[in-house]
Design a binder for this molecule. Structure first.
Ligand code: DX5
Ligand code: ZN
Length: 218
């Protein structure tokens, strides 16, 4: 398995000092997870393209944009222009993700598919070769600070088996409720990218919090 990578979710950051919050973790993390919500696919509204554009010059991190919206494909050109590196969209919105994957590639964006906790692994099995990352939600999408759902771990295990047996490059990301007490079980199940919002930006010392997560991976 690839080394574990940590992706702090800025949803839990203090938006009044977003640049500083990112700068604090910049040298200590691997990706930056950016949760975009439209109030339709999920019952919450977060941030969008202008925010991504304004933080881009201040960070060299890989911008992983998790699009919890009903028509994310309409915004791929603008997201690419704003500095997104990867877009992940929900399989519940795109049961056949082939066209949307092609559109992401045409915009020179990395592409991934996200599964809600209730959605079975089989929903993405035929499409694993299209993806840079498969994201397993370990909370209901829409809000940070919820408790990890261990019942999604068998899904991570199935996807890990399929990816490895076909020799595919896709990373497996787990998103929601990741803390030092849950990250180990997610790693064990086969995840290699770990999103953490409140465990990092909600901690008194975000750099220490990243260290605590990494400790559990080694
Ligand atoms: C939930 C988001 C998550 C969230 C994770 O809709 O997709 O990325 O920010 O936050 P924590 O780590 O607090 O569960
Ligand atoms: Zn997310």
């Amino acid at each position: 398995m690839k080394p574990g990578r940590i992706a702090p979710s800025i949803l839990a950051a203090d938006f009044s000092r977003l640049g500083e919050e990112i700068a604090t973790v910049e040298e200590h993390v691997d990706w930056l997870h950016i949760d975009v919500m439209d109030g339709h696919f999920v019952p919450n509204v977060s941030l969008g393209i202008p925010v991504i554009k304004s933080i881009r010059p201040h960070s060299k991190l890989f911008f992983d944009c998790h699009l919890m919206t009903t028509n994310p494909d309409a915004y791929f050109p603008a997201l690419a222009e704003a500095g997104a590196d990867l877009v992940t969209v929900h399989v519940e919105v795109f049961p056949d993700p082939r066209p949307v994957a092609a559109l992401a590639r045409a915009n020179e964006l990395g592409f991934g598919i996200v599964l809600n906790p209730i959605t079975p692994a089989a929903a993405v099995e035929p499409f694993l070769d299209l993806m840079d990352v498969v994201v397993v939600m370990s909370v209901e999408p829409g809000f940070g600070g919820q408790s990890f759902m261990p019942e999604v771990l068998p899904k991570v295990e199935s996807i890990r088996k399929w990816v490895d047996s076909q020799g595919l490059p896709a990373d497996i990301q787990i998103d929601g409720g990741i803390t030092p007490s849950t990250i180990g079980s997610a790693r064990q199940a086969g995840a290699d990218v770990f999103v953490a919002g409140s465990a990092i930006f909600g901690a008194p010392d975000p750099v220490d919090a990243v260290r605590a997560l990494r400790n559990e991976l080694s």
